[in-house]
Write a protein that binds this ligand. Structure first.
Ligand code: ADP
Ligand code: MG
Length: 707
């Protein structure tokens, strides 16, 4: 494929070239249609089906000029991945054997994938297979180039025949509307008459591992489960801190360059890249965008990271914990609210203590997070994240909010005296070297251990798993904030004395919910105890968190803002239990397979070699004490492993027999997981004893350091 960038073109030349963006719309659409469509994109008018044919023809012309042969409705079902089905543009051949390129308004706005093949968590029986994808014009169509050629991708939402959401996008769009409506009420209270839109903005920082494809192919665990199920720690780990922000190796640099180029073409504003804490771990962050577009960008980013890796003899691992004992990967969801008249509602300004609108919104966010800490935790729950939350350098499973010294101090002033009179300043950082400039410090240091941290003008939710869509957590943040803002507006709109009511309500919320604020070391054991004392939930496992979706307070809130119906919530809970069970079943079976067919036979072979050596040494009366000791140790670990395989096999079978998904999930958690650990223990020890030449797969060291 032609590489335009290498022909001395700048980022500006390639950025967005494969996106049907505003520029392309102006160029390809008749003026009147362009303005009609813009109204819909900006949420001012429902889509007029009458213009769909014209828009479709324009998109088709544009896409075919980009080399597209196929189009697809691109959607995000609840499998955790994106889905697509490609249709070529060609029509049935005419009599003379030629074909035309066709793409109608109906093809653009509606698709009909077989919904029964996607998870619905009981929302439909298999025979009720109908589901529809519908065009989401707020996220631009794009052309993706890959080995299949060039494909026009049309972002769509996916709903059942009866209108229930079967995807990530539908609730996200609903929650964006909810928070917009409530935030506008707040703005009006403060006299703002110009803003017509409030947009939740999201910047999703993406962590990932890169390993060599040849080595990957020798590990069934990576192939089937995305993570290693066995593996002894290498002599060197991440203890030297020499990887984080280190110089990027050339092979990786080449990879990142290609990823950036692909992303820029598709309009994803890839911005920062660096090595992460663990060896072979990296991070990529885009510039933030409207939540819906950002969620799509993040999906495009994950796909691109994987695709480019496979083109370059690499594999990109997006699992939350590919290697036990090594840092896991997350996704930071940076969230803020911005208006179409240019305000960021989370910007405290230079004098936060005087910024009453900001303080009210902040107090509402504290209330929201404290009231729905369990839901927020749940929004980051996935099978892989269970190995990450609370371990190593990852946020603990306890939700708390970090505000930083400046805001902590303002809130304390309010609570103590009812008035905040000053805001602390950052001051100057004196370097002590004449030739280095002194720099103005931020008012607040950072806290890397907080799961929900205020970072200058946005909140950063750090619990999300690296593989997950950012939609579920964004849906929760948008909706819980919408609820708190709505409750506040209900009171303030009725108040006779707005200033007094505002003052009292802000302080009341802060006082009632200050227990959620924590600025200390979130990774410490003391915090776990302290959080328990404060009554904050600590939902350690995914299956402990799932019930948060369907509590009475959750159902009430989501129904109130029409983000989820009760049955949609139940279906999502069901799908999550199911996904937990499926993942655990595959992991257990993969472990058994690797142990029985690869590792145990290799170790038996090695013991054969060893006993041969011992025999010949004995025959010539040479002391074989060391060899015999080794043989005994290996023998006892081998029998431990063999016993563990038997137990794992039996509990995995028993789990299969449990019909109810929730009960089965608890069985996997309580019995199958420990049986997996019991098998891993002797095998990881064997790996340290047996000759590397005979070990049937690459080690952690090979995977992490030799790339
Ligand atoms: P960090 O704060 O992690 O050091 P940045 O300030 O560069 O790094 O932001 C990290 C991510 O947050 C980026 O994706 C960035 O685009 C995004 N971001 C920055 N400002 C906002 C905002 N107001 N709303 C949402 N996301 C934002
Ligand atoms: Mg960050």
């Amino acid at each position: 494929m032609e590489n335009r960038w290498e022909n001395n073109q700048s980022i500006m030349d390639i950025f967005g070239t494969n996106v049907f963006n505003d520029k392309a719309m102006r160029q390809y659409l008749p003026k009147s249609i362009y303005y009609e469509l813009r109204k819909t994109i900006e949420g001012r008018k429902e889509l007029d089906p009458a213009i769909a044919d014209v828009v479709a023809a324009a998109i088709k012309k544009w896409a075919i000029e980009k080399g597209a042969t196929h189009y697809t409705h691109w959607f995000q079902p609840l499998t955790g991945f994106t889905a697509e089905k490609h249709d070529s543009f060609i029509t049935p051949p005419k009599e003379d054997g030629s074909v035309l390129m066709e793409f109608s308004g109906k093809d653009l706005i509606k698709g009909e994938p077989d919904a029964s093949s996607f998870p619905s968590g009981g929302l439909r029986a298999t025979f009720e297979a109908r589901g529809y994808t519908t065009w989401d014009c707020t996220s631009p169509a794009f052309v993706r180039e890959d080995a299949a050629g060039a494909i026009l991708c049309i972002p769509t939402a996916f709903c059942s025949f009866t209108g229930e959401a079967l995807d990530q996008k539908t609730p996200l769009l609903r929650s964006m509307e909810a928070v917009q409506e409530q935030a506008l009420r707040v703005l009006r209270l403060f006299g703002n008459t110009t803003a017509t839109k409030v947009i939740p903005s999201i910047g999703a920082e993406q962590e990932y591992f890169l390993i060599d494809r040849q080595k990957y192919l020798q590990r069934k665990d990576l192939i089937y489960t995305g993570r290693t199920l066995f593996g002894a720690m290498p002599p060197k780990g991440q203890e030297l801190d020499d990887h984080y922000f280190g110089t990027i190796r050339q092979r990786i640099a080449g990879y990142m360059r290609r990823v950036n180029e692909e992303l820029w073409k598709m309009g994803v504003p890839a911005k920062t890249q660096h090595n992460e804490v663990a060896p072979a771990q990296h991070e990529l962050a885009p510039i933030y965008a409207e939540a819906n577009v950002a969620a799509d960008h993040n999906q495009i980013m994950m796909q691109t990271l994987k695709r480019v890796a496979s083109q370059q003899g690499l594999v990109c691992l997006l699992h939350e914990k590919p290697f036990a004992g090594v840092n896991g990967s997350g996704k930071h969801n940076n969230w803020s609210l911005t208006t179409d008249d240019g305000q960021n509602l989370l910007d405290p300004g230079r004098r936060p203590h005087e910024n009453r609108q900001f303080l009210l919104i902040l107090a509402c966010i504290l209330k929201a997070v404290d009231t729905h800490a369990d839901l927020l935790r749940e929004s980051a729950a996935n099978v892989g994240n269970d190995h990450r939350l609370g371990a190593h350098e990852a946020p603990p499973a306890i939700i708390s909010v970090f505000l930083g010294e400046q805001l902590d101090d303002v809130l304390q002033q309010l609570l103590r005296t009812g008035n905040a009179t000053h805001s602390s300043r950052g001051g100057t950082l004196h370097t002590g070297v004449k030739t280095l400039p002194d720099v103005i410090k931020d008012a607040t240091d950072r806290n890397r251990t907080s799961p929900f941290a205020f970072t200058s003008n946005k909140f950063e939710f750090r619990m999300v798993g690296s593989r997950d869509s950012i939609s579920p957590s964004t849906v929760v943040i948008n909706t819980i904030v919408a609820e708190a803002l709505a409750d506040a507006c209900d009171i303030l709109e009725k108040a006779d004395n707005f200033d007094a009511a505002l003052h009292d309500l802000t302080i009341q919320y802060i006082a009632e919910h200050q227990k959620i604020i924590f600025g200390g070391n979130g990774y410490s054991e003391e915090w776990v105890n302290e959080a328990e004392r404060r009554g904050l939930p600590n939902l350690r496992s995914m299956i402990d968190a799932i019930p948060a979706l369907v509590t009475e307070k959750s159902v009430r809130m989501f129904e109130r803002f029409r983000v989820f119906s009760e049955s949609e919530l139940h279906s999502r809970a069901e799908i999550k239990y199911e996904s937990y069970n499926k993942a655990l079943n595959i992991e257990a079976l993969t472990m058994i397979d690797m142990a029985v067919k690869q590792i145990i036979p290799a170790v038996i072979g090695y013991t054969g070699t060893l006993s041969g050596i011992i025999q010949s040494m004995n025959a010539i009366h040479v002391d074989a004490g060391v060899q015999s000791d080794l043989l005994t140790e290996i023998g006892s670990l081998l029998s431990e492993a063999n016993g563990a395989v038997r137990i794992l096999r039996s509990v995995a079978e028993e789990a299969q027999g449990i019909a109810d998904n929730k009960t089965r999930a608890h069985f996997y958690h309580d019995y199958v997981l420990p049986a997996m650990e019991a098998l891993r223990r002797p095998i990881d020890r064997l790996e340290m004893l047996v000759d590397k030449e005979v070990w049937p797969m690459p080690s952690y060291g090979d995977l992490l350091f030799e790339i």
